[in-house]
Design a protein around this ligand. Structure first.
Ligand code: GLN
Length: 534
């Protein structure tokens, strides 16, 4: 029998519901269960691909090419398994499918209504997500009480009514400590659970997110007012590393209790790999200083590093693996445009992540120039690869006016140009889910840094781009010393470039950051960290 765990949020957004979901998944997996995870988002967009990063954070790309929410990245990193289209749904997808069926007369003349038609479509997707696994943990986007996500809550209520033994609800809510009181307050959590109750949902567990651990007194109050036992109130305080959370939750017997409620056999939890990792994270103290240069998505006075969360995590995974403490610094490429590359002094390595558009691009190219000339380990991801090619063409091959046509449509030397099928799509205003997306094979050339790092000839990596290396310039750039280290298996599309006579200069058209996990760092990030540590 497949089991369903629904995780909702309360009081404030940005609570770390995703990390709670992922951590519980890691615990159940450590008990030997096959675990799947799913995120449902309440917006009407069909996917996250068309939403501004400053609004949404990172767009995480699945193997099968879905542009999804960054929480899927958290699940993959904690579960160490890939997720697919079935693991993500939006209100937009639900409506689109129901309306399609209606037009196709699939409801055979029925009056099509929110309940049961939308809720049945949602339940159908919950079931698709659990297929092949023992349990699926579904994170409900947004917070309880929002008008927009009500239909998803309703679907969970209906599923529980149909299969009471297979469904549990977990509510994750925030416990504030108002500065003037200095005391942790439970009332917002109580009210949040009341709101769930008013929708006909009684959570089996309440997870309290707070700065400090919750004490017994707060647990008792929440238990009393939320109709659960004290043990079923779980404390999830802030910690130095998110990878500690599975251990913190397991210490409170969360996994054991979840199994009991779901009627799953309670097996021993083997969290040794996580314990070893956390011990290492705490132990390493020699810093590995990495500068991440991008055009930053700032919102007011805050830098939303969420837009690059997978890149950040991948750098951390690799640093720990080489026994170094990752120290990441954001460098806004606009600052480099204004004040030059002095700010890049003293770093062990430089990373340029993916991006779109023209803002701050000359600053990025200067940073790449700096890394190349000063022999600082450089790792370019997607845009970071394309712009490395532009930099090389301009400053080594001396091609004046070298650029990507994304910025200069009439560039004299279009080193990077739009892929032919992409040009057509853009003319048709076909922007949704239409980039070159998802996993594609890449063949690595013997003798290259990349081939050595991966230790195999064919690798599969995830993509998200519309532009590509222009093969017209291949010979010219190669003759000047650029190594094409990886291409599509047919040799047509350049996927990796490298430079010789440099401690590490590797740039990739794909997004390796989508396949790194703390227990299994990505081979290229690892090779980069090794070079930077030297
Ligand atoms: N803007 C570039 C392209 O569309 C790079 C995309 C990216 O970095 N994800 O090809």
């Amino acid at each position: 029998m497949s089991k369903f765990i629904f995780v909702s949020g309360g009081v404030i957004s940005g609570l770390g519901k995703g990390i709670t979901t992922a951590s519980l998944g890691a615990i159940l997996q450590a008990k030997g269960f096959k675990v799947s995870a799913m995120k449902v988002d309440m917006y009407l967009n069909i996917d996250a691909g068309t939403i501004r990063p400053s609004e949404h954070g990172e767009v995480f790309v699945t193997m099968d090419g879905l542009e999804s929410d960054q929480d899927l990245g958290n699940y993959e990193r904690f579960l160490g398994r890939p997720l697919y289209r079935v693991n993500y749904a939006t209100t937009g997808q639900i409506y689109a499918e129901v309306l399609r069926k209606e037009r196709a007369f699939e409801y055979e003349g029925e009056d099509v209504e929110a309940i049961p038609h939308l809720t049945d479509e949602i339940i159908r997707r919950f079931k698709a997500a659990v297929k092949g696994s023992d349990v699926v943990i579904v994170e409900l986007g947004g917070t309880v009480g929002e008008y927009q996500n009500g239909i998803f809550f309703e679907a969970t209520r209906i599923l529980k009514m149909r299969e009471p033994k297979n469904v549990i609800q977990i509510h994750v809510a925030y416990l504030p400590v108002p500065g003037n009181l200095g005391e942790m307050k439970t009332k917002p959590v109580q009210q949040s659970v009341r709101m769930l109750n008013s929708m006909g949902i009684q959570p089996e567990f309440v997870v309290g997110r707070s700065e400090q651990p919750m004490d017994d007194k707060r647990k008792e109050r929440i238990a009393l007012f939320c109709n659960i036992a004290k043990d079923e109130v779980i404390s999830n305080p802030n910690v130095a590393s998110i990878y500690e959370i599975p251990l913190i939750l397991d210490d409170q017997k969360f996994g054991d209790m979840v199994c009991k409620k779901l009627g799953l056999p309670n097996r021993k939890t083997n969290l040794k790999p996580w314990r070893d990792l956390v011990a290492k994270i705490k132990r390493v103290d020699q810093p590995l200083k990495i500068a991440v240069v991008g055009k930053y998505f700032s919102s007011g006075n805050f830098v939303l590093s969420d837009a690059y969360i997978s890149v950040i995590e991948s750098i951390k995974h690799a640093s720990w693996a080489v026994n170094r403490k990752p120290v990441l610094t954001w460098i806004d490429s606009m600052d480099i445009e204004k004040n030059g590359t002095d700010c890049l002094k003293g770093y062990d390595g430089i990373v340029v992540p993916g991006g779109f558009g023209s803002r701050g691009i000359e600053g990025i190219i200067s940073a790449i120039h700096y890394a190349r000339e000063n022999k600082i380990p450089y790792f370019g991801l997607c845009y970071g690869m394309q712009l490395a090619c532009v930099e090389f063409a301009r400053n080594v091959v001396k091609l004046k006016g070298a650029h990507t046509t994304e910025i200069d449509a009439k560039a004299k030397h279009a080193i990077i140009h739009v892929m032919p099928d992409q040009e057509k799509k853009m003319l048709e205003k076909n922007y949704g889910g239409s980039m070159r997306l998802g996993a594609w094979d890449c063949r690595l050339i013997p003798g290259t840094v990349s081939r050595k790092a991966y230790g195999q000839e064919i690798v599969s990596e995830r993509h998200r781009h519309r532009y590509e290396f222009n093969n017209t310039y291949r010979d010219q750039l190669e003759k000047a010393g650029l190594t094409i280290a990886g291409t599509t298996p047919d040799g047509q599309l350049v996927e990796i470039i490298e430079l010789k006579n440099h401690p590490f200069f590797v740039a990739v058209q794909f997004h390796p950051e989508f396949q790194s996990s703390p227990l299994k760092p990505h081979p290229l990030f690892l090779a980069f960290a090794k070079a930077a540590a030297k």
